[in-house]
Design a protein around this ligand. Structure first.
Ligand code: ZN
Length: 273
């Protein structure tokens, strides 16, 4: 394919306005950021929402509002988080799948997260996968470690996740694998045949290096304030859009055009295709 899918994770759970004052936090701001990212070349928005105190929430009302605002103004594909935030219960995290978004993230294992941790046992993952299957939601199988890739094979073998497969390779979370080209290559070699994958390098330098890793190895790119609030060392990004624009430039230098939402719907056989 001579196109590359760019996902923009506009808000995330752990980033605050103290990290970057331009972080979108209200449903209106998040929807505007998603629409701007789409105009800049992103085809997918990875969606987290915040409550009135700017704290991460999996509340259905807030998700519904953000999704409605986005859909009113844009054809961008919506991928909701089920990773949620540190400290949330699995039941809480799974809620937005009920809104039947086209895509949702599905964490494929337990991971340390700085001094904290996020628990994903196999029974939790099975429940998430079967709920997504029931609601016709395409999972993005998020792997923070090589063992998570193997855990995804279990879900596939049990028929809980069906092709086409889409992976999210999360690199440089403090506690997960580092972004290193040979590690990315190993990750990719262990994915099922024909799987699509998006790499996310967490933190400024890893984020940009991961763009090149994705281009070199035939994957997709994720950018956005969830992963990185800087444009360059010590310089805060002005907006999510600015980060999407750079990903588009990197892709175009390699002869790749940003995929449109319609391309993603066809490629990943999403409900809206
Ligand atoms: Zn997320």
């Amino acid at each position: 394919m001579d196109k590359i899918v760019i996902t923009c994770a506009v808000t995330g759970a752990e980033t605050t306005r103290q990290h970057n004052p331009n972080l979108p936090v209200t449903p209106e701001q998040i929807a505007d950021a998603a629409c701007d990212a789409r105009r800049a070349g992103a085809a997918v928005v990875h969606l987290h929402v915040r409550d009135e105190n700017e704290k991460p929430t999996q509340d259905l009302k807030v998700f519904r509002k953000a999704m409605e605002l986005i859909r009113k103004k844009s054809d961008i594909v919506i991928e909701v988080t089920t990773g949620g935030a540190v400290g949330m219960t699995p039941e809480e995290r799974l809620q937005p799948v009920k809104l039947e978004p086209e895509m949702a993230s599905l964490d494929c294992g337990t991971v340390n997260f700085g001094d904290e941790y996020i628990v994903n046992t196999l029974p939790i993952m099975r429940e998430f996968a079967s709920q997504m299957k029931r609601h016709g939601v395409r999972p993005t199988l998020e792997c923070f470690d090589l063992s998570h890739v193997y855990a995804s094979h279990v879900l596939i073998k049990e028929g809980l996740v069906e092709p086409p497969f889409h992976y999210g390779l999360v690199m440089n979370v403090p506690g997960g694998v580092r972004y290193e080209p040979d590690v990315l290559e190993l990750f990719v070699r262990k994915l099922p045949a024909g799987a699509f994958w998006t790499v996310m390098g967490i933190g400024g330098r890893a984020s940009v290096l991961a763009h090149y890793g994705a281009v070199a190895l035939g994957g997709f790119i994720r950018v956005g304030f969830e992963d990185n609030v800087y444009y360059s060392k010590g310089v805060l990004a002005q907006s999510n859009t600015q980060l999407v624009e750079r990903a588009v430039r990197v892709a175009r230098e390699a002869g790749l055009e940003p995929a449109q939402p319609g391309d993603v719907r066809k490629l990943l056989k999403l409900r809206g295709a």
